[in-house]
Design a protein around this ligand. Structure first.
Ligand SMILES: [Zn+2]
Length: 486
């Protein structure tokens, strides 16, 4: 955003002011036979057939499926598992290390989770092909995990396997972190980050899922390669309202239930600031502005001037609004047990998604100030929270490699735009031990297919798979071979 403020005083440089640039590396193509579309589609189908469903608070849930998946990976990627040092983490995560020749260089980390979410009970019949059959039909591999994220995992491992077959020996140490519990808490990723921390190491970058090559970006109705450079933090607070109990026939002016209702209303009417500051949304709009029409494109390319207008337009809809600030979502409310007894306490849970510019402490202060005039109301953190990780750089060698390779694996002329994820990924565990966290998969995906993630009829276009292998080969080889300042 700094670069855009400067542009206010240099109107001639406006159009180019802050759209992030990059030096694109040449794709590192593999021998086509070893990464043909059919071979890869079969491999992804096999991976989908092993139902690695994880479950919260049950660390060894489905241990058999994860053991089968591990054995399948070892058989399918023999060189990778023979060459890289494997460290077990938790109940099924595996941390693979390919030591570089220069151990003074910061390592690069590539994450992919093995686990998938279950099929929602009662929706099984809605699937065109059963969720765990791994059916290949109509140009797609169908099944749970096709996009989230076995397609990514299978092609990342294929990229490593083919590089090793060619005698690849990196200068920089590379780690592959294959986690088993991303969907239910991410202890595997935390153990991996702790492993680095215990050695006093700091990664150059982490590449995880989260952004993709969207073919029909709603803002522009055109393709856009969206690289996640930021994601939101997570905080749930408990709001408690206390008042006198007793018989409901002679209630006080303010009951606990009434007080709680008032507190929730006041919190909702005291929203967090919505702006383009402190996140990548301004840069994203600039990168996409070339594909927007007339006034919209002009405004998007000049957020330093039209920021207020842009924010007002984005606030109209829930999804864009979530990118502009910390959101407030009351999700659970409890109080009282029978109709004629006044409860002494009523409680609500409010889930916040923290924008990178608001940390958990500031968010709690904000909520407390919203209810400061209500006697008997308290606001306390309810469970573990995580601040949003720092926003990754949109310039410099790591960005060049990841964004540049995104450009060279996207349709000609596709803009590469930095993006804020409103969901969370495993990568956040590395906030304290990595310079930059990026989230990107080069799969070319329609919005309709993105909406199937965690839902019905998840599927991956088979033509994406060779492209994804080429992308990961390019980034693995580039990370292993190029020098970057530590
Ligand atoms: Zn995922």
């Amino acid at each position: 955003m700094k670069r855009c403020l400067i542009s206010l005083f240099a109107p001639i440089a406006l159009v180019a002011c802050g759209a992030p640039d990059y030096q694109a590396p040449a794709p590192v193509e593999a021998n086509a036979a070893s990464i043909g579309e059919e071979v890869l589609a079969n491999r992804l189908a096999e991976a989908i057939r092993i139902p690695t469903v994880s479950r919260k608070d049950v660390p060894d849930h489905n241990a058999e499926a994860f053991a089968t998946f591990r054995a399948w990976m070892e058989t399918t990627y023999p060189r990778t598992f023979a060459t890289l040092e494997a460290t077990e983490m938790g109940h099924g995560s595996v941390w693979l290390t390919l030591p570089g020749r220069d151990t003074a260089l910061a390592p690069a980390v590539f994450l992919a989770h093995q686990d998938v979410v279950p099929v929602e009970p009662g929706t099984e019949d809605g699937w065109t092909y059963p969720a765990f059959d791994g059916t290949i039909a109509d140009g797609y591999v169908w099944g749970r995990g096709a996009i989230d994220m076995k397609g990514h995992l299978v092609t990342l491992l294929t990229a490593m396997e083919t590089l090793l077959e060619e005698g690849y020996e990196p200068v920089r140490t590379l780690h592959l972190g294959l986690t088993h519990d991303e969907e239910v808490g991410g202890l595997g990723a935390q153990a991996m980050a702790a492993w680095l921390e215990a050695r006093g190491e700091r990664a150059w970058f982490v590449l995880d899922e989260g952004g993709s090559m969207v073919l029909d970006m709603p803002l522009t109705d055109a393709p856009a390669a969206l690289v996640g450079v930021a994601e939101k933090g997570f905080l749930t607070v408990e709001v408690t309202a206390r008042a006198r109990g007793g018989h409901s026939s002679s209630p006080p002016d303010r009951t606990a239930v009434g007080l709680l209702g008032r507190a929730i209303v006041q919190i909702e009417e005291h929203p967090f600031e919505m702006s383009l500051e402190g996140g990548p949304v301004g840069e994203m709009l600039m990168a996409l502005s070339g594909d927007m029409d007339g006034m919209q494109g002009l405004a998007a390319s000049h957020p330093g001037i039209f920021g207020g207008l842009i924010v007002n337009a984005m606030k109209e809809d829930d999804a864009p609004r979530a990118m502009l600030g910390t959101t407030i979502a009351p999700t659970v409310i409890t109080g009282g047990v029978v109709e004629n007894v006044l409860p002494q306490e009523a409680r609500a849970l409010i889930n916040l998604r923290l924008h990178p510019r608001t940390d958990a402490d500031a968010a709690i202060d904000h909520l407390r100030s919203a209810v400061a005039d209500l006697e008997g109301v308290t606001v306390e953190p309810w469970s573990a929270w995580s601040d949003a990780p720092p926003v990754a750089a949109t310039q410099g060698p790591a960005w060049d490699l990841i964004a540049g390779a995104a450009a060279s694996h996207a349709p000609e002329g596709t803009p590469v735009a930095p993006m804020l994820l409103v969901a969370t990924t495993d990568s956040r565990a590395f906030a304290g031990v990595a310079e930059n966290l990026y989230r990107y998969s080069p799969a070319r995906i329609e919005m309709d297919d993105l909406s199937r993630i965690h839902g019905t009829d998840e599927r991956m276009r088979t033509s994406n798979l060779p492209l994804m292998v080429s992308y990961f080969r390019t980034v693995l080889a580039g990370a292993g071979d190029t020098g970057a300042p530590n």
